[in-house]
Write a protein that binds this ligand. Structure first.
Ligand code: ADP
Length: 244
């Protein structure tokens, strides 16, 4: 999947300019940058939900099967059960009569299990917490069995244990059940778990590279306009904290 010279404007307001990015199979990419930098817009362009004014995109086709997109606050039908919502992820695979196959049911169960949502599969969405709803939305995206998974702030609403579980799930999923994960994330300590960070500021790609190459105080202080420092976790990950 790749973008060449991608530019996008909402009306007269240019939000992305000449974005060139390549996403390889086996990559877990974190899109980071300040509020309003253009991260969500880029994700929507990659998902095919917006059309660029300039430039081109190469994406796996048909997108309905191969690209799953999970918005920041995914609206879910409140009267559906979690199971019914996750089954919606299989619609691109079903024929005219919409009959479920064993493969459909297997993909749905696997998605519910991997997002730790199996135990509330029969509860209505209206009776689930924000974090539980988030996991149902993710399960629906995984049930689609996509090649590319696009996630906008997937850790919103998740408590610490489910944030950690989600990161492990995504890291393990890349290269096994799907090819590429591209995730917009605010928390730079979660971005540090990705294989590549792409730092966007004012609609341009400022820096991209491994978390070690991108999550550096001199780079981040400039873009986020705040003082910060980096530490190392016991397992060697970069940890970014603001200096107060
Ligand atoms: P980020 O995800 O990095 O916070 P966004 O891509 O959401 O940034 O937004 C980039 C810029 O585009 C912001 O200035 C935002 O206000 C503007 N914007 C986003 N969506 C729209 C829209 N639908 N119409 C007009 N402007 C928008």
């Amino acid at each position: 999947m790749s973008a060449q010279n991608l530019s996008f404007a909402y009306g007269q307001d240019t939000v992305l300019e000449n974005v060139n990015l390549e996403f390889e199979a086996g990559e877990f990419v974190a899109l980071i940058g300040p509020n309003g930098a253009g991260k969500t817009t880029l994700l929507k362009l990659l998902a095919g939900l917006l059309k660029p004014q300039n430039g081109s995109l190469q994406t796996p086709e048909p997108k309905s099967k191969h690209i799953a997109y999970l918005a920041q606050s995914e609206p879910l039908p409140l009267e559906f059960t979690a199971l019914e919502v996750v089954k919606l992820g299989r619609i691109p695979f079903q024929g005219f009569w919409g009959r479920e196959t064993i493969a459909d049911l297997g993909a749905v169960e696997c998605a519910l299990r991997s997002t730790d949502a199996l135990r509330f599969a029969n509860r209505q969405i209206s009776a689930l917490s924000g974090g539980e709803r988030q996991r149902v939305a993710l399960a629906r995206a995984l049930a689609q069995d996509p090649k590319v998974l696009l996630l906008d702030e997937p850790t919103n609403h998740l408590d610490l244990s489910h944030q950690a579980e989600l990161m492990v799930l995504l890291r393990n999923a890349v290269g096994s059940i799907l090819q590429t994960v591209i995730m917009v994330v605010h928390d730079l300590n979660l971005a540090a778990l990705a294989s590549r960070c792409v730092l966007i500021s004012n609609g341009v790609v400022m820096v991209e590279g491994t978390p070690e190459q991108v999550l550096k105080p001199d780079i981040l202080e400039d873009v986020y306009q705040t003082k910060l420092e980096t530490l190392r976790s016991s397992d060697g990950r970069v940890v970014v904290i603001p200096r107060l």
